[in-house]
Design a protein. Structure first.
Length: 268
C-alpha cells in the first residue's frame, strides 16, 4: 500500500525534516521512520512534500511511504501517533494510488511567516514568531510583495536544492512560480490575550532552499524604511545575492499547506 499522511510538527528540536547522512541530530523524517519501525517492523523511507530547514515548523506537511503491512489508514494514524514524540503528530492518513508521491506529485506549497512587532517580547509567542521591537510598515511590505509574483529567477533569495548535490552536476534552475505573496496584520487571541501579528503568506509551485526566510528578511527592511520599493524590485530583477537582506530566523516559518492535482482527490 502507498500511505499518505498529513503531518504537523514543532521544528524547534529538529535538525530539519530530512534525515542527515551523518546522523547530526534528530530529524522529522527520522522520527517518522522510527515510529513506522515500531508499528510494523519495517525499515521504510518516508518522503516529504517539503524539506523544511532546521527549526522550521509545519501544520500541513504531507508525507508518503510504501508498506507491505496489512493495516488500514485509520490504524496507521492511531499507531503512529502512539509511537511519535509529542512534537510530531499525524493529522490524517489515506491510502493513495501507487503513482502518488508526496513531493513530486505536489503542484504547490504554501508557507506562512509570522512576525511580532511590539516593544515587549512575548514568551508564549517566542517559539513561533520573529520578534521585532519596533513597528513595521506592513502596507509597504505588502506593496513590495507584488514584485515577487509570477515566474522568475529567485536566485537573490535562495539556491536550488540540487546545487549541493554532487550527483546532480550541471546547471541548476532557480526559476520558480509564485502564485501568492502578501503581508497583512491579523489579530490573534492567544491564551485570552489579543495580539496583533504580521503574517507573510507565500504560495508557489516550489521554493528554493532558504527562499522564504530570505524574502521575509528583505521585506522587513522595506517595513523598516531601510529599503525602498524600487530598490526591492531591483533586487528581484537582478537575481543576485549581493544585497542587504539577511534570512529571517527559522522559528517564524511554518509549512501550512500542500496542494495536489484533482486526480488524487481531496488530500487534506
Amino acid at each position: 500500500m502507498n500511505i499518505a499522511c498529513g503531518i504537523e510538527y514543532d521544528g524547534t528540536g529538529f535538525h530539519g525534516f530530512q534525515r542527515q547522512p551523518d546522523n547530526h541530530g534528530p530529524t522529522v523524517q527520522g522520527a517518522l521512520e522510527a515510529a513506522i519501525m515500531q508499528v510494523s517492523g519495517e525499515r521504510l523511507a518516508v518522503n516529504g512534500a517539503g524539506r523544511t530547514d532546521v527549526g522550521v515548523h509545519a501544520a500541513g506537511q504531507v508525507v508518503h511511504f510504501h508498506t507491505e503491512a496489512h493495516l488500514t489508514p485509520e490504524i496507521w494514524e492511531r499507531a503512529l501517533n502512539a509511537s511519535l514524540p509529542i512534537t510530531v503528530a499525524v493529522r490524517w492518513a489515506k491510502a493513495m494510488p501507487e503513482r502518488f508521491h508526496a513531493r513530486f506529485s505536489a503542484v504547490s506549497r504554501s508557507y506562512r511567516y509570522t512576525i511580532y512587532d511590539h516593544p515587549a517580547s512575548s514568551p508564549l509567542l517566542a517559539r513561533y514568531s520573529y520578534h521585532r521591537p519596533r513597528p513595521l510598515d506592513v502596507d509597504a511590505m505588502h506593496e513590495a510583495c507584488r514584485f515577487l509574483l509570477g515566474r522568475k529567477d529567485f536566485s537573490a533569495f535562495g539556491r536550488s536544492p540540487d546545487e549541493t548535490n554532487p550527483r546532480k552536476p550541471g546547471p541548476h534552475s532557480c526559476v520558480r512560480l509564485i502564485h501568492e505573496a502578501r503581508c497583512t496584520r491579523q489579530r490573534s487571541d492567544f491564551f485570552a490575550k489579543t495580539t496583533e501579528l504580521i503574517v507573510c503568506d507565500f504560495t508557489a509551485d516550489a521554493f528554493l532552499t532558504g527562499m522564504v526566510r530570505r524574502m521575509v528578511g528583505t521585506l522587513v527592511l522595506v517595513g523598516q524604511k531601510r529599503l525602498s520599493l524600487d530598490e526591492f524590485a531591483a533586487i528581484v530583477e537582478k537575481a543576485e545575492k549581493t544585497h542587504p537582506g539577511a534570512a529571517a530566523p527559522p522559528h517564524g516559518l511554518c509549512l501550512v499547506r500542500v496542494e495536489y492535482p484533482e486526480e488524487f482527490g481531496v488530500i487534506a
